[in-house]
Design a protein around this ligand. Structure first.
Ligand SMILES: [Zn+2]
Length: 220
């Protein structure tokens, strides 16, 4: 069986993929030896203490096991005020640029602000950005693709007629990634569903996504 690349997961230890750690998981991050991502999650960014966490991240992110920064980003429904979230996000974007590692982004109802930051920091030229857990409408998808973003899809694909399922079919295959995130679905189920929606063989999807990840790392 091929190893299906899981771009972003919290729960499993992926056979092939990226386990994510945030600022409230410092010990678990230290104890983990396999490829992972680390970032300041916007839910846990607070106006008083986030810079302390940023110092920790600046060290942590240099470790070779850290293959991407994040998840970080903007969330209109949870976490600190927008200005603080933006500052924390920009710091992490710049850190990803310095370290030449891709950035995994969490974005809830802040896509305009995300795109404005990406434009201002010229990310198209510098850092590959993956918007994870995409489940939004086509107009949002197109504005992300125009900025050169990669888009990662997860368990929302399993829901009938989800926005994610429609968006997957509108995304150029070389910009697609797949993930389990915090769902209980397996990466096999996600790949199977993506293949069904795209009318492709699972093996072709596996190969394409692996190639996308490798290219993304090369471009960092
Ligand atoms: Zn996540």
């Amino acid at each position: 069986m091929e190893n299906k690349f899981d771009c972003h997961t919290h729960q499993q230890q992926p056979i092939n993929g990226i386990r994510n750690f945030h600022q409230q998981q410092k010990q678990a991050f230290d104890d983990y030896a396999l490829p992972c991502s680390v970032g300041l999650h916007p839910w846990f960014v607070d106006a008083q203490n986030w810079q302390t966490d940023l110092h920790w991240l600046q060290q942590a992110a240099q470790q070779p096991k850290v293959v991407a920064l994040g998840e970080c980003g903007l969330d209109a429904l949870r976490g600190a005020d927008l200005a603080t979230q933006q500052q924390a996000f920009i710091e992490q974007l710049q850190l990803a640029q310095q370290l030449r590692k891709p950035l995994i982004v969490h974005c809830v109802r802040r896509f305009n602000e995300l795109i404005a930051i990406a434009k201002k920091h010229n990310t198209k030229q510098v850092t590959p950005i993956i918007v994870h857990g995409f489940n939004n409408k086509a107009s949002v998808l197109h504005s992300l693709l125009n900025e050169g973003f990669y888009v990662s899809f997860g368990a929302a694909l399993l829901q009938q007629n989800s926005a994610a399922a429609k968006a997957l079919c509108l995304t150029p295959l070389n910009r697609v990634l797949l993930e389990t995130d915090d769902s209980t679905a397996s990466i096999e189920q996600i790949y199977q569903q993506a293949a069904t929606l795209l009318q492709l063989n699972v093996a072709d999807v596996v190969q394409q996504i692996q190639q996308n990840w490798e290219q993304l790392v090369d471009n960092s």
